[in-house]
Design a protein around this ligand. Structure first.
Ligand code: NAD
Length: 325
């Protein structure tokens, strides 16, 4: 049965990978969408390299030996290499001083082969992540977290956008499209969705996810509500949402009864249960049957965050080199 999407247009329910299924919600498969992004970026990088004479460069700075950070950095570098982006690696010990870290960032700021700088957060104490993010040249910001770029987001001016909200928006576009997703789907087959007349609720108000997510939804003309730890009657607030984004860090917080039937649910949360299993902020098994579309965890927003980091680096290269392509 076709389901009514928040944009008001009918779209078919589909299963992971995009094949149609009458039975359930559309599963927003971030892994497959990220492969489609990789294909598009690889083609773009090859054309840019031919025109400019070099590939875009991504510098990755990892301080300390946090295993989760090591895994995130490895997947970002792997994705970049698959796209033909050159990578530069700075692995620093946990005892790195503020002066040493500053000097590494300044080195990459001055290096013309570097277009994107990723400072993997969190930094080990006493280093303060936000202080060092401010030292990154704004036009080389790969994560879209520099205060200047956050201000440009407020203004609606093109600049690197925060990767996780950007990836979630791509999944929202997929939710509202009729494209049967495969790894070779062309990205321009997935239109930018309008959310005019629709309500979006973002649970979470962090600099990294919640606030920029709300602004990106507002850019698409959604009426946006920010909910957070001090919000009264969170279930009722969520039940009003045509698009519900959970970016909290509390396993299975969002219950089936919180979800408006036919809503699109984007679950940003990544939580590790005592069993070692990963889960999101949404009770997936409970909520999925009432949604029009939902992201799984893992395999939803996470892979798209990685893809958007590399996409930001390529876009920085284009802006910095002034090449028209
Ligand atoms: P954060 O801790 O900075 O912010 C969490 C927000 O949730 C806060 O604004 C807080 O007000 C709100 N909150 C906390 N408890 C709440 C409650 N009980 N009810 C309602 N609101 C509550 O976290 P963050 O950096 O924004 O990350 C949020 C989640 O997203 C985490 O699980 C994180 O691991 C995950 N994350 C995933 C990706 C990805 O690529 N998928 C990227 C970044 C973060």
């Amino acid at each position: 049965m076709p389901q009514q999407s928040p944009s008001g247009s009918a779209h078919s329910a589909s299963s992971p990978g995009g094949s149609a299924s009458a039975a359930g919600p559309k599963i927003l498969d971030g892994k497959t969408l990220s492969r489609a992004v990789a294909g598009a970026l690889a083609a773009r990088v090859a054309a840019l390299r031919a025109k400019v004479g070099r590939a875009p460069g991504l510098a990755v700075i990892l301080v300390g030996d946090n295993p989760a950070s090591q895994a995130y950095v490895a997947s970002k570098q792997k994705f970049a290499k698959e796209c033909g982006v050159e990578t530069f690696d700075a692995r620093l010990p946990a005892a790195t001083s503020a002066a040493e870290l500053r000097s590494v960032i300044e080195g990459f700021n001055a290096d013309p082969a570097v277009d994107g700088i990723l400072l993997q957060l969190p930094l080990p104490a006493p280093l303060d992540g936000s202080e060092f993010v401010r030292m990154i040249a704004p036009d080389k910001d790969a994560d879209g977290l520099h205060p200047l770029n956050q201000g440009l987001l407020m203004q609606g001016t093109p600049a690197p956008r925060p990767c996780t909200p950007l990836g979630a928006m791509a999944l929202l576009d997929l939710a509202l499209s009729s494209v049967a997703l495969t790894e070779s789907t062309k990205l321009d087959e997935i239109p930018r969705a309008s959310l005019a007349g629709k309500s979006a609720v973002v649970i979470g108000r962090s600099q990294l996810v919640g606030k920029p997510m709300g602004l990106l939804l507002l850019e698409r003309n959604a009426s946006v509500t920010f909910a957070h730890s001090k919000t009264a009657d969170l279930p009722s607030v969520c039940r009003a949402a045509d698009v519900l984004v959970a970016a909290v860090g509390v396993p299975n917080l969002v219950k089936r009864e919180w979800v408006k039937p036919g809503a699109i649910v984007l679950d940003v949360g990544i939580n590790r249960l005592p069993s070692g299993k990963l889960c999101g902020d949404v009770d997936y098994a409970g909520a999925a049957p009432v949604c029009a579309a939902i992201t799984p965890v893992p395999g939803g927003v996470g892979p798209m965050t990685v893809a958007m980091l590399v996409s930001n680096t390529v876009e920085n290269f284009v802006r910095r080199s002034g090449v028209q392509l």
